[in-house]
Design a protein around this ligand. Structure first.
Ligand code: ATP
Ligand code: MG
Length: 259
């Protein structure tokens, strides 16, 4: 389980998160949605231990502030919203960084396996900087998968923390990547994913948290959260939400706004 209690984070002069509570379970995909600037990336960075605010984050029962860097690296992998690579690294060199926790150093073929998983088999010797935006995003995911390849490490579940992992991807690769997330959860790991696409969220998330202006507005299942009233309150627009039988998964059709 991942549990964050009373998280307050100040960036510069501004308090960005105002006492956020958050819980995610292993075996599930937990999504965080909310408008631009609402604090999603800040929350994910706090859950990963990259940012330290007040409050506590417990990962598998451990206070992450007390874990050593390599213990944390063995427990969770993090895909940031943006990654800048300033040097002419090859794809293999980037993905191999996922092995640097030392625990998986014997697994030299993991980077290639991870690349194949994100549909980039054979890209090992390409220059990272010459890849398209979507290809770069998938290389970064392959690096994270290399780090936390098995969803469980003996009895300990591992975690994937993904910040907008499908933002640059075509629809087929969006399904590839979110399928990897679902598979990781099905194998007993935990997944926390920041999303903007409400329809993909509806298809892939078990639980949805809605952030608004640094407050946790609400959380619940897709059916509980994705409704016209909540969307109006959080995003400020009228979004018609329909459901599709037989599963009654909600979907949003923004074109209907123009009618
Ligand atoms: N280093 C910083 N110094 C000051 N303010 C910051 C800093 N980083 C982020 N912020 C502010 O904190 C707020 C939350 O930022 P955050 O990146 O968490 O938003 P987000 O919900 O991930 O948005 P997006 O959907 O655009 O990625 C924003 O108002 C942002 O301008
Ligand atoms: Mg963000």
């Amino acid at each position: 389980m991942m549990q964050a209690k009373n998280i307050r984070v100040r960036l510069g002069r501004k308090e960005v998160l105002h006492g956020v509570e958050f819980t995610a379970q292993t075996g599930q995909v937990t999504a965080i949605i909310g408008p631009n600037g609402s604090g999603k990336s800040t929350l994910l960075k706090t859950l990963s231990g990259e940012l330290v605010g007040t409050g506590t984050v417990l990962l598998n029962g451990h206070d992450i502030a007390k874990l050593r860097p390599w213990e944390l690296a063995a427990m969770r992998g993090v895909l940031p919203q943006q990654t800048t690579v300033a040097f002419p690294f090859t794809v293999h060199e980037i993905v191999r960084l996922g092995l640097s926790n030392g625990l998986a150093a014997a697994e030299e073929d993991l980077p290639s396996q991870a690349l194949a998983h994100v549909d980039l088999a054979g890209f090992e010797n390409r220059s990272y900087q010459n890849l398209s935006g979507g290809e770069q995003q998938r290389v970064q995911l392959a690096r994270v998968l290399t780090q936390v390849w098995e969803a469980r490490d003996q009895d300990q579940p591992r975690w994937l923390l993904l910040d907008e992992p499908v933002a640059s991807l075509d629809i087929a690769h969006q399904f590839t990547v979110l399928g990897i997330a679902r598979d990781f959860a099905a194998k007993g790991g935990g997944v926390v994913v920041v999303m903007h696409d409400l329809n993909l969220t509806a298809l892939f998330a078990d639980l949805v948290y809605v952030l608004s202006e640094g407050h946790m507005w609400m959380s619940g299942t897709v059916s509980e959260v994705l409704n016209t009233e909540t969307m109006k309150q959080v995003y400020g627009i009228d979004l018609p939400i329909n459901t599709l039988p037989p599963t009654d998964i909600p979907f949003v059709l923004p074109q209907a706004l123009s009618g």
